[in-house]
Structures are given as C-alpha cells and as structure tokens.
Ligand binder design. Structure first.
Ligand code: A3P
Length: 286
C-alpha cells in the first residue's frame, strides 16, 4: 500500500517534495546529449559521492564547482523538480545523477552516446544507511523499527522499489562500452584506483597528482566539512542532521552493528532467491 507521503510512478514510490508528475515528464522528455555522463544509483549507494567526483574528474581537478555550487545543482537528479530550473546553467560536459531503473530512462538517452557509471553497494549497508536517512529526512515516512524497515525494503515498499530490480535492470542494460560498473566498497577501499578507472572511462588523462588531489577532496572527512555537499544548507525542517547526518559513517560493513542472526538469514535468502538464475554475480557475498 502506498503511503500518502509518496506518489507512485510506474510502481515506484517517490517523495512529492522532490518529484512531481511534471518533473517526471520533464525527465522523460529530457534531451540527452552525447557528452552527458550519468551516475546511476539505487538510493544510499554513494550518489552524493559521485556528485563530488564527476565535476572534479570532468574538469581535471578544478575545485570551483564543488566549493561554490550545492551538489543538487552541480550534478542534478534527472527526475527531480530542480532540473528544469537549472538545466541551462549546467557546464558542458554535463553530469547528472539518477535513481531511475534502466527502463525509465528517457528515449533520448537510449539513442545517445551518453555514458553511465553504475554504482552498486552491498544492500545490507544500504538498508542501514536508508534507515537512518528516513529518521533525518522529514519528507520521508517514519521508518519504524529496524526490523519493520527491513521488511519494507525487502518487499520494495521504499523509494525506487526493490534493490534487486534496480540492479537487474542496469546489469542487463544493453549499453556496451557506454556503461561502467563500480562498487561503493571499492571506492572505500581504494578511491584513487576507482578514480583512475573513471578518468579512463571518461577519456580524461589525469595525472597521478590530480588523481590524489581529487581523492583528497572526495574523502568522507572533506565532504562532511563542505557545506556545498553535506546538506547543511537544507533547513532542519526537511533534513534534521541532529537526528542523523547525511554523511553518517561512510564505511563498508556497518550492517554488522545492526543485523541480528535471524535478520541476516532472512535478508540473505530473499536477496539470493530474487537473483537466482541471473547471468551476473554480486561482487561480494551477502
Ligand atoms: P552511510 O549512511 O552508510 O554513512 P547516497 O548519496 O546515495 O544517499 O548515499 C549516502 C551514503 O554514502 C551514506 O552512507 C554516506 O555517508 C555515504 N558517503 C557519501 N560520501 C561519502 C564518502 N566521501 N566516503 C564514504 N562514504 C560516503
């Protein structure tokens, strides 16, 4: 059952504070350019991290965008209301983010040469991150207990539906060398290595000095202190960081502090069952 706090779009639950039927229609009619770069994520997989990384990689390490433009305007969400207001101000090549599954991408994307970086994160850490996000984001439903929230997550009664559906849709996207897959865990483990891959994928030939400079500016600590990236510009009425900061822990494996053994068994069996018979395998064991 859909909550009154959300609107429904092609079966997906979305918060009306960020999305409207007009913004979703705008996204469908969006004119994608061949030079556009999309970071695609299921929510809580590292979206704002990519909003920091992409402008830096695309500009060869220029700090101006990340220090002067809030993340939602420098790398906007394809599906959110803001896009129509700021689209004309975007620097070329444009970088955007989206939580859309592949089949909801605009027709102009499919026929373009635009590139995609799909960021995947262990769903056990996603459900934990999302649980805290629902406590701080006042425009979202109260998550209830962790146990209740996990059930909602497994049933797909959360923003952008089931994690497994999202991953399947993008793993099966027929985009050839237009798409690269990375994981949040790789970024935590060795950000410079991931930055090198992104830089190659986007045809940038960044020096080691630039790679390391970018890694430093995209570290959890630096982003947490950057008012253009930490959502401190958003009124408390919408995001209450006293309840939980948006940049919360920034680690892999926090699920171990939240799951009990029954929850782990149930979570693992549901996710594995939904991925049974798939041609791809997960980059980590659950
Ligand atoms: P946690 O809640 O586990 O800390 P999204 O941007 O998709 O909503 O994802 C938010 C998650 O990404 C949060 O996870 C946040 O802390 C994490 N994150 C954002 N920037 C990060 C960075 N530079 N390093 C590590 N994690 C980061």
């Amino acid at each position: 059952m859909s909550s009154p706090k959300y609107i429904r779009y092609h079966g997906l639950l979305l918060p009306p504070s960020a999305h409207s039927m007009e913004s979703l229609e705008f996204a469908q009619n969006f004119s994608v350019e061949d030079t556009d770069v999309f970071a695609v994520t299921y929510p809580k997989s590292g979206t704002i991290w990519m909003q920091e990384i992409l402008p830096l990689v695309l500009s060869g390490g220029d700090l101006t965008p990340i220090q002067t433009i809030p993340n939602w305007d420098r790398v906007p969400w394809l599906e959110e209301k803001r896009l129509a207001l700021i689209v004309d101000q975007l620097a070329s090549p444009r970088a955007l983010v989206t939580h859309f599954p592949y089949h909801l991408m605009p027709p102009s994307f499919l026929t373009s040469k635009a590139k995609v970086i799909y960021v995947m994160r262990n769903p056990k850490d996603i459900v934990v991150s999302s649980y805290y996000f629902h406590q701080m984001a006042q425009f979202l439903e109260d998550p209830g207990t962790f146990d209740e929230f996990m059930e909602k997550f497994l049933e797909g009664r959360v923003l952008f539906g089931k994690w497994t559906d999202h991953v399947k849709s993008w793993r099966h996207a027929e985009l050839g060398d237009r798409i690269m897959y990375i994981t949040y865990e790789e970024m935590v483990q060795d950000l410079p290595a991931v930055l090198r891959r992104i830089s190659d994928f986007l045809g940038r030939n960044l020096s080691e000095d630039t790679i390391h400079k970018i890694a430093e500016h995209c570290s959890f600590k630096t982003m947490k202190a950057n008012s253009m990236s930490n959502f401190s510009l958003v009124p408390k009425l919408y995001m209450d960081s006293d309840k939980s900061p948006f940049l919360r822990k920034g680690v892999a494996g926090d699920w171990k502090n939240h799951f009990n053994s029954e929850q782990l068994a149930r979570f693992t069996s549901v996710i594995y069952k939904e991925l049974e018979g798939e041609s791809f395998s997960l980059p980590w064991s659950l």
